[in-house]
Design a protein around this ligand. Structure first.
Ligand code: FAD
Length: 430
């Protein structure tokens, strides 16, 4: 078997089921990543799918993956172009017999997979696995179609009936010597990211890649013990320590949720186990829940009425959109968050809830436009977490209470001295 692993948003070698399987079963193992430049440019509607901050983080993650795979003697072929054109050509050139790729459940990704397969002249064997979950669909105590609508019901069933598998180790180096084929454009692309600078005010000053993700976990757990006070700090908005900041690594799969869970359990056994350490797990279950909402409901995530198929505000005011996006609304708490997002690709969970509720409920605008803007800007963009949380906050998803946030009240509670607002609104200081 001549195996090729197609990496997408699973950019790691630790706890990678498909890599593990290929290394066990194949005679040769190669890897590929296809970088599609069209995702980084404005489309016909003027939307950029992947904005500058995520682009930088992604490229750093790929450079790190290249090094990880080199240690295993596995070449990472980096293609630049449309996957449906580039991948079949590469697979034919290298004589692959088996293609390994993670199971996706959203239409765009599945269309790409389908087109890749259709454009191959030769029949390959395909190997799939789910690669984003803590608990895979086959380990669930219910069918995905029976997923509860309310998070608490889901959480209780998982906590009572499931155990979380240990992460798989990094496979051993293979005895092979194959040169990686790297597209000529790649060098220009990765050199370009040096020009994308971090705003010194950012709450997320970290680099992409598994190594920096694992360093962050170690620092948040062992070096600082911040995890032991997470429940008290998690609604913060300033600096690196108020929350874990694991989401960007989780989103592109450079660290797996099972790895974080295992490290958390180790911390609880060897150092402290309290309400805060439990709460990190609780939040990881939110991520899990939204992944299952996406798996169950598919394209309903992107419909105005959401999974509730409910009538909802459809406002399409371009002027309001510009004001919201640029942080020029009449509310300074909202503005500070939106400026933070546009200058760093980061926003706290508290901020996200407020600006989303403000856009869809207070301004009565189409929530999907806000979600698409988040998709473009967020460092940690994840289909299910983003669209699931937007539906939730906009009242067409899984929130049983359908709340509306009052940003003035929220500012009093979470930014009582206006420190956060000053940080982002006093531009002249920077
Ligand atoms: P922590 O507070 O430290 O939580 C630990 C981990 O738990 C996070 O890394 C994340 O994986 C998970 N988590 C925490 N809260 C949530 C949540 N509400 N939903 C899903 N997972 C959660 N998260 C993303 O990862 N990608 C997105 O695209 C995204 N879009 C969002 C859009 C809106 C409108 C809202 C309200 C929330 C969104 N979130 C998204 C969820 C949440 O805001 C981020 O996961 C969190 O702020 C990331 O910071 P952290 O890693 O420090 O989280």
């Amino acid at each position: 078997m001549k195996a090729t692993i197609w990496f997408t948003n699973n950019l790691r070698t630790l706890d990678h089921p498909l890599l593990h399987k290929a290394c066990k079963e194949a005679t040769t193992v190669e890897a590929l990543y296809c970088y599609d430049p069209s995702l980084f440019k404005e489309d016909t509607k003027g939307v950029v799918k992947i904005g500058p901050y995520r682009k930088k983080f992604l490229i750093e993650s790929l450079l790190d993956l290249q090094e990880q795979l080199e240690r295993l003697h596995i070449p990472l072929h980096i293609l630049v172009g449309k996957p449906e054109k580039e991948i079949p050509t590469l697979l034919e050139n290298i004589g692959a017999t088996d293609l390994f790729y993670q199971k996706n459940w959203h239409e765009e990704e599945r269309q790409i997979e389908k087109a890749v397969r259709e454009n191959l002249n030769k029949q390959l064997s395909y190997h799939h696995a789910y690669d984003q979950f803590l608990i895979t669909p086959s380990e669930l105590p219910f069918e995905v179609s029976e997923l509860p609508r309310v998070f608490t019901v889901f959480r209780k069933q998982i906590e009572k009936q499931c155990s979380i598998a240990a992460p798989l180790p990094i496979p051993k180096a293979i005895d092979q010597n194959i040169k990686a084929k790297v597209s000529q454009e790649w060098e220009t692309i990765y050199k370009e990211v040096a020009s994308i600078k971090n705003d010194p005010r950012t709450a997320f000053p970290f680099k992409g890649g598994s190594q920096s993700g694992l360093d962050r976990i170690n620092s948040y757990f062992w070096d600082t013990d911040h995890v032991a006070v997470y429940k008290k700090t998690r609604n913060g908005m300033i600096g690196t320590s108020y929350s874990t900041k694991f989401s960007p690594w989780l989103a592109n799969g450079s660290v797996s949720a099972r790895t974080i869970y295992q490290m958390l359990k180790q911390y609880e056994t060897e150092r402290t186990s309290n309400e805060s350490t439990y709460w990190v797990f609780f939040e990881l279950l939110w991520r899990e829940f939204f992944k299952y909402v996406g798996l169950k409901h598919g394209n309903l995530l992107f419909k105005s009425g959401g999974i509730l198929k409910k009538e909802f505000a459809q406002g399409q005011d371009n002027n309001l959109f510009l004001k919201w996006k640029e942080g020029n609304t009449s509310n300074s708490f909202i503005n500070a968050h939106m400026k933070e997002l546009s200058k760093t690709g980061w926003m706290s969970n508290r901020g996200r809830q407020n600006v989303a509720s403000y856009w869809s409920k207070t301004l009565g605008q189409d929530w999907r436009r806000g979600a698409a803007y988040f998709e473009s800007m967020l460092l940690d963009y994840d289909v299910d977490s983003n669209w699931g949380n937007w539906m939730y906050t906009s009242g067409v998803g899984n929130d049983p209470r359908d709340r509306i946030f009052d940003p003035n009240r929220q500012a009093k509670m979470y930014d009582p001295h206006g420190t956060f607002q000053k940080k982002w609104l006093q531009e002249s200081l920077f």
